[in-house]
Design a binder for this molecule. Structure first.
Ligand code: PLP
Length: 410
C-alpha cells in the first residue's frame, strides 16, 4: 500500500532519517538544490576520511590505497545512467565536461550547431566562441507557441534540412523548471545519425536518466546539485559510438593517451580519454558515495517527490498577489521561478536569506531568449529536494507572501 503521508513516497520515518543524515537541515531551509544540494553525512565523512589519509600517508599513496572507492565512481555513475563504467569520465564541473566534449568535435567553417532557446548560458557562450573562432553557424529550433518548450517536429525538420554537426539540448535549463523532451529529440538524432549532446546538469539525481533511452552520444552533469555530491565534481558520458569513431578532446594528456613513440600518441580506448591525470580524489570518492546514496534512496522515488514539492510550492505561490510564476511546460521540474512586484533582486534574496531560506537569482543575461519571451529582467529560483518537507514548502510560500505584502505597503 502506498503511504499517503506528507512524506510521500517515503514514510515519515524514512524522511526523518534522510534529514537526520543531512546536517544542513538543522540550520537552513535549503531551497537552492539547483545551485548545490546539501551534502549527506556519509558523503562528508568519506571525503574527510580521504583528506585525512592524504595528510597521513601522502596524496599519491592515499589514492592507491583507495583505488576501489575511486573505481566505484565509474560503476556508480554507470548504474545511474544505464551504461558501462568505461563510458564515464570524471570532470571538475558540468561545464568542464561540456567543453571537453565540444573540443572533441572537429568543427569547420559553416558547420551547424542545432540547439534550443532554453539552453544553458555557458553552453551558448561556448557556441558563440566556436562561431567566433571557427565560423560555425548556431541555429535555434523554435519553441511551441505556448512556450512549453522546443517544437520537436520543427527541430527534426531543421535536422533534415541543415544536417547539423551537433545537436545540443539542455534537459532542464538553470533559469526555469522547463523539461525538454530529450528522448524524443534523441530518436530523431539516432534516425538521422546526428551527434547528440545533452546537458543533464539539473536532471541527474532529480529524475531517472537512461542514456540508451535518450539516445545521446554525450551527456554532461555536475555531481553537486540534485546528486548532492561535492563542489568541483561532474562527469561526461561518452557513448561507445563516439569512442569507436575516435573522438578525442583537443587537449588530451598523459592519462587520456599513451605517447607510443616520439611522434605519435594513441588515445586510450575508454572515456578516460577525456580525463586528466590529476584528480581531486576526495571529490571523486565523495561523488561516488553521493551517487550510491541517491541509488539507495531510489531515484524513482526521488523523481516522484522532488518535482511534486516544486508543484506544491508553485501552487502556494500562485495565490500570492504580486507574484508571477514563470515556469512553463506540462510537468515542470523542481526549479520554481517567479518575479515579485515591488522588490529589487538583491534585497529580495537577502530578505529570504535573513529568514533562513536559501534561494538563487536568475537574470536576463542567463536566459537571453527565455527571459525576453517572458519579459522579465530577473527571477528568484527556489529548488527543493526530496529531503525537504511539505512544512518547509509552506513556510517558504508564507515568507514570500509576507515579503510581498511588505512591498505593497512600502
Ligand atoms: C543546466 C545547467 N547546465 C550546466 C550548468 C553548469 O554547471 P557547472 O557550474 O558545474 O559547470 C548549470 C549550472 O547551474 C546548469 O544549471
Amino acid at each position: 500500500m502506498r503511504d499517503k503521508s506528507n512524506a510521500f513516497p517515503f514514510s515519515p520515518e524514512t524522511l526523518r532519517s534522510l534529514r537526520a543524515d543531512t546536517p544542513g537541515c538543522e540550520s537552513v531551509v535549503h531551497f537552492n538544490n539547483a545551485g548545490c544540494g546539501l551534502l549527506a553525512s556519509p558523503v562528508l565523512e568519506a571525503m574527510l576520511a580521504h583528506l585525512r589519509l592524504e595528510a597521513a600517508i601522502g596524496g599519491y599513496e592515499a589514492a592507491a590505497a583507495r583505488q576501489e572507492e575511486v573505481r566505484d565512481f565509474y560503476a556508480a555513475t554507470a548504474g545511474l545512467l544505464n551504461c558501462s563504467p568505461e563510458n564515464i569520465a570524471f570532470a571538475g564541473s558540468a561545464t568542464d565536461a561540456y567543453t571537453r566534449a565540444l573540443s572533441a568535435i572537429p568543427f569547420e567553417r559553416g558547420d551547424v550547431i542545432l540547439t534550443t532557446r532554453n539552453d544553458f548560458i555557458s553552453n551558448q557562450i561556448a557556441f558563440l566562441s566556436l562561431r567566433k573562432r571557427f565560423g560555425v553557424e548556431i541555429v535555434h529550433a523554435p519553441d511551441h507557441a505556448d512556450g512549453s518548450g522546443v517544437d520537436v517536429e520543427a527541430m527534426a525538420a531543421l535536422m533534415r534540412e541543415r544536417r547539423p554537426r551537433l545537436v545540443a539540448v539542455t534537459h532542464v535549463p538553470t533559469n526555469s523548471g522547463l523539461v525538454q523532451p530529450v528522448a524524443e529529440i534523441g530518436r530523431h538524432c539516432r534516425e538521422l545519425e546526428l551527434l547528440y549532446l545533452v546537458d543533464a546538469c539539473q536532471t541527474v539525481g532529480q529524475y531517472e536518466i537512461d542514456v540508451e533511452e535518450i539516445g545521446c552520444d554525450l551527456l554532461t552533469a555536475t555531481c553537486r546539485k540534485f546528486l548532492r555530491g561535492p563542489r568541483g565534481s561532474g562527469f561526461l558520458y561518452v557513448s561507445d559510438r563516439v569512442l569507436r569513431a575516435g573522438y578525442e578532446p583537443l587537449f588530451i594528456d598523459m592519462y587520456g593517451a599513451r605517447w607510443v613513440e616520439p611522434g605519435r600518441y594513441r588515445p586510450v580506448e575508454t572515456a578516460a580519454r577525456f580525463e586528466d591525470w590529476e584528480f581531486p580524489y576526495s571529490a571523486v570518492i565523495g561523488s561516488a558515495v553521493a551517487t550510491r546514496y541517491a541509488l539507495q534512496v531510489g531515484v524513482r522515488r526521488i523523481a516522484e517527490r522532488t518535482p511534486a514539492l516544486g508543484a506544491r510550492l508553485r501552487d502556494r505561490l500562485a495565490g500570492i498577489p504580486g507574484v508571477r510564476l514563470l515556469d512553463r511546460g506540462a510537468r515542470p521540474a523542481a526549479l520554481v521561478t517567479f518575479e515579485i512586484d515591488g522588490w529589487q533582486p538583491q534585497p529580495f534574496k537577502e530578505a529570504m536569506d535573513a529568514r533562513g531560506i536559501n534561494s538563487a537569482l536568475s537574470f536576463r543575461e542567463f536566459a537571453q531568449y527565455d527571459f525576453r519571451d517572458k519579459d522579465v529582467e530577473w527571477a528568484l529560483r527556489l529548488s527543493p529536494h526530496y529531503y525537504n518537507t511539505e512544512e518547509e514548502v509552506d513556510r517558504v510560500a508564507a515568507t514570500v507572501a509576507e515579503l510581498s505584502a511588505t512591498a505593497a505597503r512600502r
